[in-house]
Design a protein around this ligand. Sequence first.
Ligand code: UDP
Length: 329
Amino acid sequence: MNILITGGAGYIGSHAVRKAATAGHSVVVIDNLSYGHRQAVPGMVLFYQVDLKETDRIEEILRKHKIEAVMHFAALISVGESVQKPLLYYRNNTAGAMSLLEAMERAGVMRFVFSSTAATYGEPEEVPIFETTKQSPINPYGHSKLFVEQILKDIAAAQPQFGFIAFRYFNVAGATADGLIGEDHRPETHLIPNVLYAAMGKRENITVFGTDYPTADGTCVRDYVHVDDLVAAHVIGIEKLRAGEGLFYNLGIGRGYSVKEIIDASQKASGKEIPVIFGARREGDPAELYADSAKARSELGWQPQFTDVERVIASAWNWHSAHPNGYGD
Ligand code: UDP
């Protein structure tokens, strides 16, 4: 299949590019490189430096390469920044997706796979979180993605040939086994890379955000899914997707780990002492989030290979320790 991957130079997108190409698909990448790394895209994959707002250019690329399906990863991802700069998030994540969808409509491309997020659930009323759990985001990031889910439903209602899947990601971590690509966000805000930076001495310590949550050890609990497992679901999904379908799937392994457990597992995976500071809560962090991912497993046949967080962290350590400066300067 001819697949356009947006944000293919980013962390998750670059893993998707490799997974889709390895599965035999013909992949074209667009990325504006505002955060992505050109080196993360293999040389033989066609690459265009294009922004999502360039509707006409995207239409041209879709037509030129006879694109049949789009995987959309390009987005801003920082919850805290979204609270400070809501318009930036609605412009990039919501209006950006609309521009892409408009280009697809004009070019007659009818299959779409969307990176949604567990942040659309906000403070969930129940854990594990099911796809049917009430969605009520508590920040502009979550809203910016939930709006796109609604837009997709509306397009599907109006256009019977249109089919889409929205994957709601839990905490994505790790790096691919060959060690060639990995996570390099600037600035980095995520727990696992920052814990490993502390193990490497790239930062002095790691601060645990809050120790008084109503969880077993008082720190927040999250569901960490390996990036290669996550993108595997996208490739299965895009191959199975049929006209007229509108599907929603949680992608998590279905088990929660506390921040303290992540730090302990990181010490084991890296063999290093990690200096820890116990700090205040970070605004907007729910106590406990983990997925029920039975739907993706049963309907898509998705089988995550990384069900033990220590192996997820070991794969991230493999990348970070070999590339202490990420993709370089
Ligand atoms: N966290 C932490 N220290 C850090 C970064 C994150 O204690 O330096 C905690 C954060 O409060 C959350 C969990 O680790 O409970 C995962 O945070 P991350 O930013 O990786 O992902 P999020 O859950 O916000 O998507």
